[in-house]
Design a protein around this ligand. Structure first.
Ligand code: HSE
Length: 440
């Protein structure tokens, strides 16, 4: 017991009124957060000094079955009523999508109510508008859950690494695609079978296009680049390729070369320019990202002073996402009680480096006629475009030979020109997926 405060060591005293939360949306994430607050308000208050209370929950359908136990009068079909209510202190947005979420968040911030959101689409597309509204309103806008769910990543970048010069961020930020690639790698499973399994387990979106074609990861990459580099980056700036073209042959070739294939979100800051891309990537088996399996997420940061750093955890699901939102909620509530707001920081306009101007090593497989002179013809196309071959392996023989190339680092535009010219060679029968190789 502390004789001055009368509190037990490690406990906080509750000297403030409860912080009243207006929850917009009560789906998987909103419902999980409401349940935690309902069940754990005493423990949270004892530990943090902040007593959270659900003041209202805006839902689309009042009569839907929900796994939360609040009196009927807590629910409303009018989210704007919660935003405008004098009985609500903080808004938590779990509706998703751009509208009406954008308007509700802006209105809330302008009226001086802090906002917690998990909405990656919103932050990745109109983040600057939201940041300005938060600064103008002098209130907090937190979005930890928008990238990599339960991993405390945005706070680490904004606070712990606030002064660090981050050069590169590489993340596995989509659980569905990591699950699919893991099963294809470890069990030799077919892409379509594993996708169905991911959907039945509930972490793929109902329409999994955003997962498998890279859109979900691209939105997260834009947010990561914004926060890591203090740069104005939006989802439209991100080059995006998904995993639907990755074959079992690519996975087997990667494994044969001591690599694994991961869908990576990569954000790099170099010479005043920022390059942000999402694509299947070959990563050496001894790289920390290679060991991130199933639906887990991880983000690997390269800082000038801190060196390499990796954060790992659950990137999706009600519990992990609600956990991140709860941390944001407690921070915002503490700031509210102290009459302060966290500074959003400033974001500068930067030149976005086009994918053509980025450099990588590349993996490419070709089916060619197995005839004298074919290899020389193919190799001369690489050389003509300034792409240097690091290794080549022939995996078949007979009528058709299967050639697997790994290049040294080359400009993307030069590699693309190489492929265009290879397509015109009569000896080349088929060209497989182009996969970038990083992390060596
Ligand atoms: N569908 C996403 C994933 C989760 O598979 O990681 C939400 O961002």
């Amino acid at each position: 017991m502390n004789p001055l405060t009368g509190t037990v060591e490690g406990m906080q005293s509750e000297s403030h009124s409860p912080v009243r939360v207006g929850l917009l949306g009560c789906g998987t994430v909103g419902g999980a957060l409401a349940r935690i607050i309902d069940a754990d308000a005493d423990r949270i208050a004892a530990r943090t000094g902040v007593r959270l209370e659900i003041a209202g929950i805006a839902v689309r359908n009042l009569s839907a079955d929900r796994d939360v136990s609040f009196p009927e009068e807590v629910f409303t079909r009018e989210p704007q009523a919660l935003v405008g209510s004098p009985d609500v202190d903080i808004i938590v947005e779990t509706i998703g999508g751009i509208e009406p979420a954008r308007q509700l968040v802006i209105d809330s911030l302008k009226s001086g109510k802090p906002v917690i959101t998990a909405n990656k689409e919103l932050v990745a597309n109109v983040g600057q508008e939201l940041f300005e509204a938060a600064s103008a309103g002098g209130v907090d806008l937190f979005f930890e859950a928008a990238v990599a769910g339960g991993i405390p990543l945005i706070r680490a970048l904004r606070d712990s690494l606030a002064g660090e010069r981050i050069n590169r961020v590489m993340g596995i930020v989509n659980g569905t695609t990591n699950f699919i690639l893991t099963k294809m790698t470890e069990e030799g499973a077919e892409y379509s079978d594993v996708l169905a399994e991911a959907q039945s387990l509930g972490f793929a979106e109902a329409d999994p296009t955003a997962d498998v074609e890279g859109g979900d990861a691209a939105a997260k990459a834009a947010i990561l680049a914004t926060i890591a580099f203090g740069a104005k980056v939006v989802a439209g700036d991100v080059y995006q390729e998904g995993i639907s073209q990755v074959s079992k042959a690519d996975i087997a070739a990667a494994s044969h070369m001591g690599h694994v294939i991961k869908l990576l979100a990569i954000a790099e800051s170099d010479g005043g320019e920022v390059a942000v891309r999402v694509h299947p990537t070959m990563v050496p088996q001894n790289h920390p990202l290679a060991s991130v399996r199933e639906s887990f997420n991880a983000v690997f940061l390269e800082g000038a002073e801190v060196g390499d750093l990796m954060l790992y955890g659950r990137g999706a699901g009600g519990g992990p996402t609600a956990s991140a939102m709860l941390g944001d909620l407690i921070s915002a509530a503490r700031n509210l009680q102290q009459g302060v707001a966290g500074d959003m920081g400033s974001f500068s306009e930067v030149a976005i480096r086009a994918i053509d101007e980025t450099t990588s090593a590349f993996y490419l497989q070709l089916d060619v006629e197995d005839q004298p002179g074919v290899l020389a013809a193919v190799a001369s196309v690489f050389g003509k475009h300034g792409v240097s071959i690091r290794s080549m392996e022939q995996q078949g023989q007979g009528a058709t030979a299967h050639l697997v190339f790994i290049t040294h680092k080359a400009r993307e535009a030069d590699m693309q020109s190489t492929i265009r010219e290879l397509r015109d060679l009569k000896e080349v029968r088929d060209i497989g997926a182009l996969i970038r190789v990083v992390g060596e």
